[in-house]
Design a protein around this ligand. Structure first.
Ligand code: DNO
Length: 353
């Protein structure tokens, strides 16, 4: 397993040089942030990003993400042009030897929270999601402060997209994902790039928009759609975990043994009621996910892919991008690596016995 850390490019308040000082972190997860969605990523720009990361003594291990244009998700005729661009970006990644591509297929909104700074008793703040709040929002009328809202689409564009998705059900969205995968996975396989779909976060529909990567049944369908190791999963415990019915330990082992987990986002959450939760520190004792058991199962599956500590709280007075401060994620990396080393060592001892 390689421990990695997300870096949002030169605009990130967390410099690469600080990331390098976190023990265990060898790889960077990043992207090009100035390319319009749908355009092909120029090879020279990706090469420059890679050179910058390597100059800081780290490897560019994962691209998260090349966004999928809404026309592809909507199945519009223009999708073929955008798919061709996507294929070209994958080929460029392959030529540069960047092994993993994390992407998602969520209509309009990426991950969504309803509060970006809930105060904990210890003075830290965390991100929370409350489904009743989501249900009470009229997205066409209200002003929102949701991650993705401000950056992704202007108001008029959003209204047009919501209209376009109005008649779409999950069956149609699946067909469009399948069309996309059949077109891009062979190119990824040939280029030595492993695609890793990010589950829907939260794992249920929001704002009446269909969502299709919510749990085991969906992941089963995904891996079968194009039966190729290049068609894989970003196993995100914090995205799949809010569903009380999800058995994270068994399923991470199942897909890792199939060779389909290429990237792991690890974080913990505390559930409140049916569809509400807050993000916590990474440790098992902090939330509802048995992080130790997840790591143990991953080690038992002989996992060799990438992992990153996902969203942290804001601690020690740090300010920054919600979920992506330095301090709590660095603590998370250390905790996860500590678990991993301990588990590996007992595995080795067990084998010697
Ligand atoms: C949130 C992230 C997601 C993820 C995309 C992948 O913190 O995990 O925004 O990058 O869904 O395309």
């Amino acid at each position: 397993m390689q421990m990695t850390f997300r870096w949002f490019g030169e605009g990130d308040r967390v410099p690469l040089e600080y990331i390098r000082q976190i023990p265990s972190v060898k790889g960077i997860v990043s992207a090009l942030y100035d390319i319009p969605v749908g355009d092909a990523w120029p090879m020279e720009k990706i090469a420059a990003l890679k050179a910058r990361v390597e100059a800081a003594g780290l490897a560019l291990s994962v691209i998260e993400s090349i966004p999928v244009h809404e026309d592809i998700k909507l199945g519009r005729p223009s999708r073929d042009r955008y798919i061709e661009n996507y294929r070209s970006s994958i080929r460029a990644m392959g030529r540069l030897g960047i092994p993993v591509l994390c992407y998602n297929f969520m209509p309009v909104f990426d991950w969504t929270r309803t509060d970006l700074a809930v105060k904990n008793p210890d003075g830290s703040t965390c991100l929370c999601y409350d489904h009743a709040t989501i249900d009470s929002i009229d997205i066409r009328a209200d002003r929102l402060d949701l991650p993705g809202w401000a950056t992704a689409y202007a108001r008029e564009e959003l209204a047009a997209l919501l209209d376009a998705y109005a008649g779409m059900d999950t069956g149609m969205l699946w067909k469009n994902l399948e069309y996309f995968l059949r077109a891009v996975v062979p190119v990824a396989a040939e280029s030595g790039v492993r695609m890793a779909i990010h589950p829907d976060d939260p794992p249920w529909p929001i704002f009446g928009l269909p969502r299709i990567i919510k749990g085991e049944e969906d992941l089963d369908r995904l891996v079968k759609t194009v039966d190729n190791p290049a068609n894989g999963i970003t196993f995100c415990t914090g995205s799949l975990g809010p569903d009380r019915g999800m058995d994270l330990v068994r399923t991470i082992g199942k897909y890792a043994r199939m060779g389909r987990v290429h990237f792991v986002h690890l974080r913990n959450i505390r559930r409140f009621g049916e569809r509400s939760f807050c993000e916590t520190a990474h440790t098992t004792e902090s939330g509802d996910i048995d992080v130790y058991a997840v790591m143990k199962e991953l080690a038992a599956s002989d996992y060799k892919g990438m992992m990153r500590p996902d969203h942290g709280r804001m601690i020690w007075g740090e300010e920054g991008r919600p979920g992506y401060g330095l301090y709590d994620r660095a603590l998370g990396a250390m905790y996860l690596w500590g678990l991993w080393e301990g588990i590996q060592k007992s595995k080795e001892r067990g084998m010697r016995r």
